[in-house]
Design a protein around this ligand. Structure first.
Ligand code: SF4
Length: 436
């Protein structure tokens, strides 16, 4: 076994990737990510210990932990150098924290406190299956949380309590003496904080861009060169739309970025044309015919084949990365990201090739649903709506996933589907559905 990873639903044979990731992650990248996460554990143990002595941890360290967790989620970052750079940063923070220990502990007391912990370098070090799964469930929970809070702090919304919880949770799973019961409680608490993270991000998004509203999104194309933006980062799309204004370059969303169309703020841009393509896993076909540059703000990246015609059109930013692709650097304090290179690239490209026409409807987020509550309640009372079905989460590429399309098609007309995540690409174009 040259690697072991079972962090996502695509894990080989439903148990784990042991030779190479189904996602494309190879053994070297897997080992580097394990090392980065090991450093995150070592750092979190110290920040948690120091906080218990009254220390305040600086935002730089909090943000480093969030970014390291986010960069190791599935399909976000395949760039070994980018992960190595984070490892070097983490080593420097760990060194600084060790030097700071004398502010809070005698040398003997600090060494004794550290002895209570045994952070694992690779999940295979834990033989007990329950312990292994519960610990990793916490890690995956805080990785998801990292995604929410990174997007929120990009929009200047932060909650230090969430950073503290993330580090405490990572420190707890590294503790030698921890029971299954305590880990189950920690998993549930991680879920609670996941909801807090979502609420924080919702506040960040809606306070800046307005509440999502019912919107028809064009899925056809115009005859202008264009940029396709994927991922989840709304600050990135805001800055891209601003910088492409009056340049003759259109902007389309791809996959996870589709919901950007539902926010009122983005409707002011008439060059924000629509959504292009389908679910994340169909990007090899969709990107070939798009003809223009593609900007990944976060996951999901499917590694392009060696001969992919769009290979030199891929750009990444934020926690995402891909070897050989241009990475747009982080924004400096008080400044915007510089998308000029991708805009100039777009101008040299042909307009997207049309692959479908029409519209899809979405935007049924909580404020919009509540605004419609009385009509919905009336429809339930009259029997026009008999059941609500929630089908949410990520889409996957296995053929068996056609189950969801078949299921949606066979539901009677008096049922309503509530959907979130890219699961919607399984059925949004074949039926009337609620997309949130
Ligand atoms: S993240 Fe990649 S390597 Fe890990 S389980 Fe998923 S497909 Fe396999």
């Amino acid at each position: 076994m040259s690697m072991f990873c079972f962090q996502c639903q695509e894990a080989a044979k439903g148990t784990g990737c042991t030779i190479k990731g189904v996602c494309g992650k190879d053994e070297t990248l897997s080992a580097e990510m394990d090392k980065l996460l090991y450093l995150v554990k070592e750092i979190s143990i110290r920040t948690t210990l120091f906080r218990s002595k009254g220390a305040t941890i600086c935002d730089e360290v909090n943000h480093f932990i969030v970014d390291a967790l986010f960069a190791t989620i599935t399909n976000a970052n395949f760039d070994k150098q980018a992960i190595l750079d984070r490892i070097h940063k983490g080593e420097a923070y760990l060194d600084k924290l060790n030097k700071k220990a004398s502010d809070f502990y005698s040398e003997e007391a600090f060494n004794s406190a550290l002895k209570a912990y045994a952070p694992y370098k690779a999940i295979t070090e834990i033989s007990n299956e329950d312990m292994r799964s519960l610990k990793e469930l916490v890690i995956y929970g805080v990785k998801g949380l990292a995604a929410y809070v990174e997007h929120a702090y990009n929009l200047d919304k932060e909650n230090t309590d969430i950073y503290i919880f993330m580090q405490e949770a990572i420190s707890e799973i590294s503790r030698k003496e921890i029971s299954v019961e305590a880990l189950i409680a920690l998993v549930l608490k991680t879920g609670e904080y996941g909801v807090k993270g979502m609420a924080l991000l919702d506040e960040a998004n809606t306070s800046r861009y307005g509440n999502p509203e019912i919107t028809k999104v064009n899925i056809g194309v115009r005859n202008n060169p264009a940029i396709l933006i994927s991922g989840h980062d709304l600050k990135d799309i805001e800055e891209l739309l601003e910088q492409t204004k009056d340049t003759g370059v259109d902007v389309y969303t791809h996959s996870e970025m589709l919901p950007a169309h539902y926010y009122p703020k983005f409707k002011q841009y008439d060059h924000f044309v629509g959504n292009y393509g389908s679910a994340w896993w169909k990007q090899r076909e969709d990107f070939s015919s798009f003809n223009g540059p593609i900007l990944f703000t976060t996951n999901c990246i499917v590694p392009p084949t060696e001969n992919a015609v769009y290979r030199d059109r891929i750009y990444t930013t934020g926690s995402s990365g891909y070897p050989g692709c241009k990475h747009i650097p982080a924004r400096e304090v008080g400044k915007t990201k510089d998308f000029s290179e991708i805009i100039e690239h777009a101008k040299r490209c042909q307009a997207p090739t049309e692959i479908e026409t029409g519209e899809i409807i979405g935007g049924f987020a909580h404020a919009q649903v509540l605004a419609l509550a009385s009509q919905v309640i009336d429809a339930v009372k009259s029997g026009a709506i008999r059941k609500f079905i929630v089908m949410a989460g990520c889409d996957g590429r296995m053929n068996s996933r056609s189950y969801y399309t078949d299921f949606a098609q066979q539901l009677p007309n008096d049922t309503v589907i509530l959907t979130a995540g890219c699961a919607k690409y399984r059925y949004h174009s074949i039926m009337t559905t609620l997309v949130i």
